[in-house]
Design a protein around this ligand. Structure first.
Ligand code: ARG
Length: 398
């Protein structure tokens, strides 16, 4: 049994109750870590709440820059969308938080890592498998999975133990957010036929009425400027969330396959992430050679699955990172997006090392393509099919 654990502490009801519950029921000391990954609201008050619940130490880390640089940049390069849609919002913050929990465990001499996830979701998998990868010696403690409390039980436990919990207006929904977007689950949306109520959307409220253009500049696959203004990636994401989100664009409504085998109805809003991915994939269309682009496309969905399934720190993911990094050597250039109420689309792309060759593509007088070469090429390309057609082929009596 762990003697001292580092808990990923959000400041919410579950993790607050978890602090006291672990002290009382597992007899361990609890150190809390609160991470700023760009979620809504501040961590203000978390220190008092954690220590008030019985934590022996509390640390707060601003991880926004590291999150963008080391976790979001790789998935941008990979065009990683789980099941073709979900930009992996929650799946990305967990490995980062675990990395810092492990560092804190070493600093405080802790022998365990704890989280406040339930047994039904993906986040427990991500916390624990990341921890196994980075620190196989540490014990994994998941109080919420074991205590069997209902929400009412947790509220009562908090009251009985004088644990401060903020008024929870959001108890209808389970929300997780960070720089990369926002996930909203539960409530009436557990019926996959039910329309998500307007009130669930935060980042994609439609307020803009005038169309506008946004130009995203990339260097080696990573955004470096928006409309010519350079800034660190995390700030560009914040700016794009605001700008693109104001057009009411960037929502997802899907039923996804969780790692534990459950199909789950999820709604997301990720205006900045989806705009960046749209632009990035488009820039690749002029900067990445055909076979490399095709192979990369095949690997992208696998990459997204690994990240979703908690395998951020795994040999296959690491190897794919090297492949993807190599593929981005010339993905430098600009993409112009048009934003209109409810709609965002690409209207142009350019790159210093673009493979788009006007002389080859044009049908006008500047055409340099050697048309005559195509005759022999097509003959040989079709030779096998032609042979098949004449011997076994398509005739009804064959
Ligand atoms: N279904 C999403 C995922 O697995 C979102 C999870 C959100 N987490 C939460 N605690 N509400 O990545």
């Amino acid at each position: 049994m762990a003697k001292k654990v580092v808990l990923a502490y959000s400041g919410g009801l579950d993790t607050s109750v978890a602090v006291r519950w672990m002290i009382e029921n597992l007899g361990c000391e609890v150190v809390c870590l609160s991470a700023n990954v760009g979620q809504e609201g501040t961590l203000e008050g978390n220190r008092e709440k954690a220590l008030g619940a019985g934590a022996s130490a509390y640390e707060e880390l601003d991880l926004r820059e590291e999150f963008a640089r080391d976790y979001l940049a790789p998935v941008i390069k990979a065009n990683a969308l789980y099941e073709g849609k979900y930009p992996l919002v929650s799946a990305l913050s967990r490995p980062l938080i675990v990395k810092h929990q492990v560092a804190m465990a070493r600093k405080y001499g802790a022998d365990g890592i704890a989280h406040g996830c339930t047994g039904k979701g993906n986040d427990q998998v991500r916390f624990e498998v990341s921890s196994m990868a980075l620190a196989p010696d540490l014990e994994l403690v998941a109080p919420v999975r074991n205590w069997g409390f209902t929400r009412e039980d947790s509220v009562a436990y908090a009251a009985a133990h004088n644990i401060a919990v903020s008024a929870t207006k959001e108890k209808l929904y389970s929300i997780d957010d960070n720089l990369w977007g926002r996930a909203i689950e539960c409530g009436e949306m557990e019926d996959p036929w039910a329309t998500p109520p307007d009130g669930v959307w935060q980042l994609t409220k439609r307020t803009a009425t005038e169309p506008c253009d946004v130009v995203i500049s990339f260097e080696r696959g990573v955004p470096v400027a928006v409309d010519g203004v350079a800034a660190p990636l995390w700030e560009l994401i914040v700016a794009l969330n605001e700008k693109v989100g104001s057009y009411g664009w960037g929502r997802l409504d899907m039923v996804e396959n969780r790692r534990v085998g459950i199909k789950s109805r999820e709604t997301y809003e990720a205006p900045g992430a989806l705009a960046i991915m749209l632009a990035h994939a488009d820039l690749e269309s002029i900067t990445v050679e055909r076979d490399l682009q095709r192979e990369k496309t095949r690997l992208e969905s696998r990459y997204a699955e690994l990240v979703y399934d908690g395998l951020w720190f795994s040999p296959l993911k690491l190897a794919l990172d090297s492949f993807i990094e190599e593929s981005q050597r010339f993905v430098t250039g600009e993409v112009r997006l048009r934003c209109e109420p409810g709609r965002v689309y690409v209207t142009g792309r350019r790159a210093p090392k673009s493979l788009y060759d006007y002389g080859l593509a044009t049908y006008d007088a500047a055409d340099r393509f050697r048309h005559a070469d195509s005759e022999g090429f097509v003959q040989l390309w079709g030779l096998s099919v032609k042979t098949w057609a004449s011997i076994q082929g398509t005739s009804p009596e064959a």
